[in-house]
Every structure is written in C-alpha cells, then in structure tokens.
Design a protein around this ligand. Structure first.
Ligand code: NAD
Length: 324
C-alpha cells in the first residue's frame, strides 16, 4: 500500500506537534509547516518548513498536488490573557482568517483529499454560557451566533468557509470544536498559556503554605481534555465519514478553584487562593459529547486529575531546567 502523505499546519504548536508524532507513528509521510519550530522538542516531521501561512507563496511551496490529508491547526491564539484583553483582536481575526482563506483556496487548486479544521468551543453563544452549573454547548446551539470574543467569531467564519467549500467545490472536510486541550509540551508561560498550565506553574512556584492568584472568583466552570485524547478523537473523526462540526472535549466540568485544589493535591502542597481581577471569558462551559458518541461511537475517558498528574511533572521539569 502506498504511504499516506499528510501536511500538518501549525506543526510548531502544541496540538500540531503532537499530531505530527501520531501520524509518524501510524506510518504517514508528514510535512509540518509553521512560523516557528516546536519549542520543546525537535519536530518528528519528515519535512518541516518554516513558513507564513497567510501568504500564497508559502502554500505554493508546501502543498503538493493530491496530498492525502491536511490538518489545519495554525491560528493566532492563546489563553484568556491573550484572547480577552482586546489588544489582539485585529491580529487574531486577520491572521487566522488569512490562513484559512488560503487553505480553502489551495485545497481546491491542489486537490487535497481530506482536510481537518480545528475550530473552538469559543464559537458558542455567550448567552448560553452564563449559568456556571448548566452551560449549553451542544452543536445545534451555535445559532443565533454570539461568541464572546473575536477569536470565536473567526472560528465560526472559518467553519462556514470550509463548509461552503465543501458544498460548492466538493472539498472533503472534517471540523471539530475543541474544548480546552492541555498536556505536556504545551505553552506554560509567557502570556499565551491556558488555565491548567498557568495554575500548575503558579502552584509549582510556591512553597507549602504559600498563596496563588486566580483570576475572578474561581467559580467559573470549564472542562479540559488531555492532549492524547484530543489527538485520538481527531484521528477517529478523519477516518469517519462525518464532517462535523463536532465537539472534542471532556464532559468533566470543574470550577477553576477545584482545578487549583487538584493541582495542589498532586504537588502535595496546601496553598491559599487570592482572587484577583483578570480576563475571564464566559461564566460556564462544558463539552456536550452526545453527537461525538453517536457519530464516532467513542468518547474520551481520562479524568482531569490523571491528565494534570502527567502535566505537573513536565512543567515542573521545564521550570527546573530554566533555573539551571
Ligand atoms: P498553538 O498556538 O500552540 O499552535 C498554533 C500554531 O500556529 C503556532 O505554532 C503558531 O506559530 C502557528 N501560526 C500562527 N500563525 C501562523 C502563520 N501565519 N503561519 C504559520 N503558522 C502560524 O495552539 P494549539 O493549542 O496547538 O491550537 C491548535 C489549534 O486548535 C488552533 O487553531 C486553535 O485555535 C485550536 N484550538 C485549541 C484549543 C486548545 O485548548 N489548545 C482549544 C480550541 C481550539
């Protein structure tokens, strides 16, 4: 059988670099493309191209005719501190939309066989996520649209872009809405890190009896999915005939305070929490996996505690290495 060829866009980032590893382990020939090399270990891609995917000439160079699969993870993104400050709104919308417009166009020009697009739970309407105990994030609740960030609006636009290319040009797409993916080899400092990594870093920095800062009252709810299960779900979606959009997330909803307590337990420390003002996003959000279960006959099963238990020592190790 011929070796399958895949292009991973955003292969220098968190999810993209994990996907490269997975595809290589499955025997694919993989090209990775990104503005930068992966931060934490060399890419396992057969070919890695440093390229700006907003530009046509980059796509001309990286996308060969008849590529079997393209995984589109490239986006201008970050955690709440980056997405909700307002200062990055124009860049987030412009940069990510440019990447997706080029991708869609080149999928037709180069006859790509199948594309995966990574959307986000941030596209769900804010009005359905005001009750922290009962957020509504089933796929069919997306409209009337009212995301709480420009990041979410761009994701919604790009979902529609790929679906329009599917209808008008037959581009074979798979779309997932990720809900807070975390794990080893993810950003843990610098302003683009997400809540699990930020809290792990804060806990790891303190000695027993110390104090950590949490944005808001910490009663906002979220669910978090460990990276391995995200990759598994994406591969299953790609192998299925279901285009999506479908949620890829965990249904284990926790408050941010509860997650902080879990991390303290893993670290073996008792710390107090100081609540400070900061960018927050919606009050509650949880994955709704009914559609995922129905279409893929599968759902993630790992607990948040287990995922945090793997991530804590990795971030701790990074911090130790930095102080040497
Ligand atoms: P990431 O920031 O680690 O990876 C994105 C990569 O895209 C980065 O390496 C970045 O350099 C690259 N990129 C940005 N602009 C580019 C450009 N112009 N040309 C080439 N490369 C460019 O993010 P991630 O966590 O790996 O997320 C991957 C995808 O999944 C993104 O589209 C993101 O919006 C989506 N997503 C992630 C989460 C999550 O919790 N991690 C949740 C929802 C959706």
């Amino acid at each position: 059988m011929a070796v399958k060829k895949a292009l991973v866009c955003g292969a220098g980032g968190f999810i993209g670099s994990h996907m490269v590893k997975r595809l290589r382990a499955e025997g694919y020939w993989v090209r990775g493309a990104d503005l930068k090399n992966p931060e934490f270990c060399p890419s396992e891609a057969n070919d890695f191209v440093v390229a700006d995917l907003r530009l046509r000439e980059s796509w001309e160079a990286i996308l060969d005719e008849g590529m079997d699969e393209v995984y589109q993870f490239a986006a201008d993104m970050g955690g709440a501190g980056y997405v909700f400050s307002g200062a990055n709104d124009a860049a987030i919308m412009h940069n990510s939309a440019m990447i997706n417009l080029q991708m869609a166009d080149f999928a037709v020009l180069r006859k790509v066989k199948k594309i995966f697009y990574s959307s986000s739970a941030c596209m769900y309407p804010a009005y359905n996520q005001e009750d922290p105990d009962n957020p509504k994030c089933a796929e069919e609740t997306a409209y009337p649209a009212s995301p709480d960030s420009e990041y979410g609006w761009e994701k919604l636009f790009s979902e529609r872009l790929y679906l329009a290319f599917n209808r008008n040009f037959g581009v074979n797409v798979r779309i997932a809405r990720f809900h807070n993916i975390f794990g080893i080899e993810g950003t843990w400092q610098g302003g683009k890190e997400k809540a699990p990594a930020a809290l792990i870093r804060k806990v790891a920095e303190q000695s027993d009896g110390g104090e950590i800062e949490v944005w808001g009252d910490g009663l906002q709810t979220r669910s978090f999915l460990y990276i391995d299960e995200c990759i598994e779900a994406v591969r299953r979606l790609m192998e299925s005939s279901f285009p999506g959009p479908v949620n890829i997330g965990s249904e284990e909803m926790v408050t941010i305070n509860h997650m902080a307590e879990m991390i303290m337990k893993i670290a073996g420390k008792k710390l107090s929490i100081k609540h400070i003002s900061g960018p927050l996003g919606v009050r509650g959000r949880n994955s709704d996996n009914k559609l995922l279960r129905r279409e893929l006959g599968w759902e993630p099963s790992q607990s948040l505690f287990d995922g945090l238990s793997k991530t804590y020592p990795w971030i701790y190790g990074q911090m130790q290495a930095e102080t040497k």
